[in-house]
Unconditional design. Structure first.
Length: 700
């Protein structure tokens, strides 16, 4: 794809959108003038309301095209760090290498899913790392299934540590022996090449065997093998070739410094501490049932030592200086990683290299917004993945205009920045430190505003280095998208306060505001606007020739970007249908935000299920979809009867979209089966965040 050409045509698209919108405003202005002269106040109100809706839709249209240009401009300038530059973390020695801790919050996840994520983190090609699985299940579950999941989660770090330990010891000893040989007056670089090659052949066999023995059951497994094992096979094949070239040509022999680097790389490949932590086992840590407080609880302990104390059959963590106390090492950087996400093996290496560059000291968060796992087998999962991959483009464009938001599925955080935004509160009489706000269920978004208020910056790295699972069915998608829609309106006043207090007269600040405001308000504005267009026949307005032209550039470029991301033309239609289909889901999240804003009661956090089988959607949402379908069909009949031909065409097209969505996105057979024989998983005591989740017999 010729990026400069794409940028040129996108600018043309923006111009077309603005001109078409201007002509729409002109035509509606004529209707308004005539209605006002005739004293028809109802028509005047209707026209102003229609103008408001069109303005909201055009707002999103323009923002997409602006972020598209921003993303392509960044791609043109992006120069990936060379392997030579990245090797500095192995050349400089571990004393000067920044430390990294990967935190993986987990709540009742499938062990298979979690283990892949932990392995993806543990095998990062970064020399100084730790991985902590933050198990948030109730520590004393009553249900047998919950006990099995908890035991399985606790075993994962032990199994990985046992798998790595023999290799780690062997290669650490190899580095130690190499260091001793360097102390001799004479040593042979060619002999060291041979020794290093032998060790790398052993590493190569290990990765090949792990890849070959892994049981593949779906597209996520294939991606895991490719990213975690396959890429490392290619990496070590290349290193062996480089060593072999040195044996064939003495001019290509590694220097002492280069050999030290390679032995250090070998020694740190499997040297990683993998552990678990369960905050709910301790009375004086937060028990708020959400991901943010799970992370906050562990972060608050870092850099200190604690001992367990038992009081009235409750366990407390008490600060201690005793050598027998458990120490929680501090880190320069953290990665917060969802338990269904996978990282490229160079993720930490590349992002920490960026953070360590001169001039980047005020970056608090750097991330690669996650992409969908490719080759999804189902239409709904594929379509939801397409929307995720388009969000990747938008987020990359945000960075061009300093409007980045933290996306919590996989982000590298500077610990110093978290300390800077930390606040303390009391929970059940205990002082709790909050680094990540949990006022809303989109905790990373609010924390983004906290960071920019303190002068920190956020950055999207312009490479696809992380992937996350996409909901495979409507039930799981409903939970995810309802959570995404819940909280933007609550955070919006904080964002406005930041801009009005900091001032935004500069053009760059205006563009930042333009994008951040849309990010927080668009779900409510767009979904309300589309619903109103469905409910009310704006026949006169729909006769405007210029109206469809306002949307043509948006859909054309969206289609091109889908193609660039590996999707087809049909997926553009499916994305449009899914956006219509999610109107009641998104509006339910918006309504919850309004309720929380008026009552002050936090909305319970609900995780996206990653169950085997189908997650059933609550029946009321299925009914909402069917009601909208019935309404659109009835509206079409009424439009034809009243000769509202343009709105009739709109109603007919929308009806067809909902018919497609109901038949392709909903498992009607499973829904009917559930209605005949409902099976509901009980909610564990002490976990109010976990709303009732209904599963089919297969899913349970």
């Amino acid at each position: 794809m010729n990026l400069k050409r794409e940028m040129f045509w996108t600018r043309v698209g923006i111009l077309v959108t603005l001109l078409a919108t201007g002509f729409v405003y002109r035509d509606i202005g004529h209707i308004l003038r005539d209605a006002a002269k005739a004293g028809r106040s109802g028509i005047v109100f209707e026209e102003y309301f229609f103008l408001f809706i069109i303005s909201i839709l055009v707002y999103g249209n323009l923002l997409y095209q602006m972020t598209r240009i921003g993303y392509f401009r960044r791609l043109l300038k992006h120069q990936p760090a060379s392997p030579y530059k990245l090797d500095r973390f192995y050349q400089d020695g571990l004393q000067t290498t920044p430390s990294l801790t990967v935190l993986i919050p987990s709540y009742k996840e499938e062990a298979r899913v979690v283990k892949q994520t932990v392995l993806s983190a543990a095998l990062q090609s970064y020399p100084k790392r730790r991985v902590v699985l933050l198990v948030d299940d109730p520590p004393f579950p009553k249900a047998a299934e919950d006990r099995e999941k908890l035991d399985a989660a606790r075993r994962i770090p032990q199994e990985i540590q046992a798998l790595f330990a023999p290799l780690a010891r062997r290669f650490e000893e190899a580095e130690s022996r190499f260091t001793e040989r360097l102390k001799k007056p004479v040593w042979d670089a060619a002999d060291e090449h041979v020794t290093l090659m032998q060790h790398y052949y052993e590493v190569l066999r290990w990765f090949r065997e792990r890849a070959a023995s892994f049981a593949v059951s779906d597209h996520t497994d294939r991606l895991f093998i490719e990213m975690t094992y396959g890429k490392r096979v290619q990496e070590f094949e290349k290193r062996i070739q480089e060593l072999d070239a040195g044996l064939r040509d003495s001019h290509k022999l590694f220097s002492e410094k280069e050999l030290c680097r390679e032995f250090r790389r070998l020694a740190t490949l499997f040297r990683v501490e993998v552990s678990t932590f369960e905050r709910k086992a301790y009375e004086n840590l937060s028990h708020e049932s959400n991901k943010a407080m799970n992370l906050n609880s562990y972060i608050s302990l870092m850099g200190k030592s604690y001992e367990e104390e038992m009081t009235e059959e409750k366990v407390y963590l008490a600060a201690s200086s005793s050598s027998a106390a458990r120490h929680f090492p501090d880190s320069d950087y953290l990665i917060t990683l969802d338990a269904d996400s996978l990282l490229d093996s160079d993720y930490a290496l590349r992002l920490i290299y960026f953070m360590e560059q001169p001039g980047n000291e005020k970056f608090a968060v750097v991330q690669t917004p996650y992409s969908a796992v490719p080759d999804a087998p189902g239409i709904l999962e594929r379509t939801a993945g397409a929307t995720t991959d388009m969000q990747y483009l938008i987020h990359q464009g945000f960075t061009r205009h300093r409007a980045t938001f933290w996306v919590g599925a996989n982000a590298l955080l500077r610990k110093k920045a978290l300390n800077d935004i930390a606040v303390t509160e009391k929970e059940r009489g205990h002082v709790i430190t909050k680094y990540i706000q949990d006022r809303t269920v989109i905790e990373d978004t609010e924390s983004s505003v906290d960071m920019i208020e303190r002068g920190w910056q956020l950055y999207n790295f312009p490479e696809r280095l992380s992937f996350s699972a996409t909901p495979p069915d409507f039930g799981a998608l409903l939970i995810q998208r309802q959570r995404w829609a819940n909280g933007g309106l609550i955070i919006l006043p904080k964002l406005l306060r930041y801009f009005f207090t900091s001032g935004f007269k500069a053009f760059g600040k205006m563009k930042e505001m333009f994008m951040r405001f849309h990010y927080l308000s668009s779900i409510s504005g767009v979904n309300v606007g589309i619903l109103v267009l469905l409910l009310f026949p704006f026949e006169n307005n729909m006769r405007c020739f210029w109206l469809p032209l306002t949307a043509v550039p948006y859909y054309y470029f969206y289609w091109r970007d889908l193609k660039m991301a590996g999707y087809g033309t049909k997926d553009l239609f499916r994305v449009y249908v899914m956006n219509l289909f999610l109107i009641p889901v998104n509006l339910s999240g918006v309504i919850k935000s309004i309720v929380q804003g008026t009552t002050g009661r936090k909305i319970p956090f609900k995780r996206t299920p990653k169950t085997v089988g189908r997650t059933n959607a609550p029946l009321k949402y299925v009914v909402y979809e069917l009601l909208i379908l019935a309404y659109c069909a009835a509206a079409f009949v009424l439009d034809v009867f009243h000769r509202r031909w343009f709105h009739a065409l709109f109603s007919f097209g929308t009806t067809l979209c909902f018919v497609y969505a109901v038949t392709r996105f909903l498992d009607l057979g499973g829904i009917l089966s559930t209605l005949r024989q409902p099976e509901t998983l009980p909610v564990p005591a002490g976990d109010p965040s976990e709303e009732t989740v209904e599963n089919s017999a297969a899913g349970a």
